[in-house]
Design a protein around this ligand. Structure first.
Ligand code: CAA
Ligand code: FAD
Length: 380
């Protein structure tokens, strides 16, 4: 067992940390207040290679392993979870999914641009009445010969207005259940496709989350990803990796909150000494660090399994479940350690606490991760 990061891993980690601290941290409070990301930052993220990290250089990607991606996600999420969710969806749900399951034509047309950030991708599974129960799709893609006629609504779509390429999961043959579902590539601007309401959220406020609607959208057959009926398997397959990305996001949010808490606890004095010298505060910090390190091990192991070509669905669910619970606990304690200052925006930890909450909900709630984990455990 080797816990040592390679030179390459350390270099990626440092590059992501520099980008997060120098580019993302300034203006973070304003972007959160305005519920608006800065397109120039996303462009820079792409130029630095953070939007196609695991994609082969043949398709303009950075050709890195999953652990590198996790390290970068962690550093960026320490500061800016709104940018890291864009990064996670683009990397692991859209670009990785297309490289793994897409046709050569789809890779040339879409992946080469997604990998550089020239175009941004969105992953559209959830619907107003189908979130956790993801096979209950109402959106329909009727087979019309050389195209699909797409009708329906999607909800909560990350990158809803910044994307140009949307992977839309839709039901083609209801009688076949989850084997009658397809994944279609829908382009921004296709007739009948409307980007709807932007959600006003508790956290990751600078991330654009939108409802989408599709009315008689004609999607060419060439835009179906994989064989007929492969859409649900596509969604589950990509989500296994996506959950590693969100687990890394949760880990980063927690680690960022701990950094702020340690610094503040050394500076703030009460009763004649720094608050970290009160054992109640020091023990909180000890618990926070221990939980973060345990989460880190689960996240890195899931990434390692994926890089080794082993089954990682069980490990990614455990990593996402645990890291997101830790993110919520640690950020709550970080606010407590800051006292009243923790409750105001200037000190950053209240934002991290608000951002932490979503990691227990999206890409499968904590309860859904427990379904995945327990089914895996009981299967054999
Ligand atoms: N990996 C691979 N295949 C999987 C799988 C996994 N993790 N989970 C299920 N499958 C396969 C099963 O093997 C089965 O295939 P076969 O019948 O051929 O064996 C098929 O999918 C159906 O599986 P189930 O019968 O287990 O389906 P179910 O209806 O009981 O639901 C579920 C399973 C795990 C609850 C699933 O519906 C689920 O994961 N729900 C959560 C949805 C989710 O995560 N949404 C996230 C949206 S994206 C997002 O949120 C992005 C963002 O915020 C940034
Ligand atoms: P429900 O499924 O209605 O669940 C409600 C509650 O019931 C939850 O606590 C859940 O855990 C629990 N529950 C449900 N079923 C069970 C069960 N069988 N056993 C035990 N408990 C259960 N989706 C996308 O497709 N793409 C995106 O880009 C995307 N981005 C998102 C961004 C944000 C900010 C948000 C808020 C959501 C996003 N989602 C996205 C949707 C997200 O994946 C869903 O919200 C999530 O899967 C839960 O679905 P739901 O909201 O319908 O809740």
């Amino acid at each position: 067992m080797n816990f040592q990061l390679t030179e390459e891993h350390l270099a990626v980690q440092e590059a992501a940390r520099d980008f997060a601290q120098n580019d993302l941290l300034p203006g973070i409070i304003e972007r959160d207040n305005a519920q608006q990301n800065n397109p120039a930052l996303i462009q820079k993220m792409g130029e630095l290679g953070f939007l196609g990290m695991m994609i082969s250089p043949d398709y303009n990607g950075s050709g890195m392993d999953t652990l590198s991606y996790v390290l970068a996600m962690e550093e960026i999420s320490k500061v800016d979870a709104s940018s890291s969710v864009l990064m996670s969806v683009n990397n692991s749900l859209v670009a990785w999914g297309l490289e793994k399951y897409g046709s050569e034509e789809q890779k040339q047309k879409y992946l080469t641009k997604l990998a550089t950030g020239e175009q941004i991708g969105a992953f559209c599974l959830s619907e107003p009445e189908a979130g956790s129960d993801a096979t209950s799709q109402h959106t329909e893609a009727i087979d019309m010969g050389d195209y699909y006629l797409l009708n329906g609504n999607k909800n909560w779509i990350t990158n809803g207005s910044s994307a140009s390429v949307y992977l839309v999961i839709a039901q083609t043959d209801r009688s076949k259940g989850h084997r009658g579902i397809n994944c279609l590539i829908v382009e921004r601007g296709m007739e009948g496709f409307v980007v709807g309401k932007k959600e006003d959220k508790m956290g990751i406020r600078a991330s654009d989350t939108h409802a989408l609607s599709f009315t008689d959208v004609k999607v060419p057959k060439a835009n179906r990803v994989g064989e007929d009926g492969f859409g649900f398997k596509f969604a589950m397959g990509t989500l296994n990796g996506g959950r590693i990305g969100i687990a890394a996001q949760a880990l980063g949010i927690a680690a960022g909150a701990l950094e702020f808490a340690v610094k503040y606890s050394k500076e703030r004095k009460t009763f004649g000494k720094a608050i970290c010298e009160h054992q109640a505060i020091a023990f909180k910090l000890a618990d926070m660090e221990t939980k973060i390190e345990a989460a880190r091990m689960l996240v890195y192991k899931a990434a390692w399994l994926k890089d080794q070509g082993k089954d990682y669905s069980h490990a990614s669910a455990m990593a996402k479940l645990y890291a997101s619970e830790v993110a919520m606990e640690v950020t709550t304690e970080a606010v407590q350690i800051h006292g009243g200052y923790g409750y105001v925006k200037e000190y950053h930890v209240e934002r991290l606490m608000r951002d932490a909450k979503i990691t227990q909900i999206y890409e499968g709630t904590s309860e859904i991760q427990k379904i995945v984990i327990s089914r895996g455990l009981l299967k054999d």
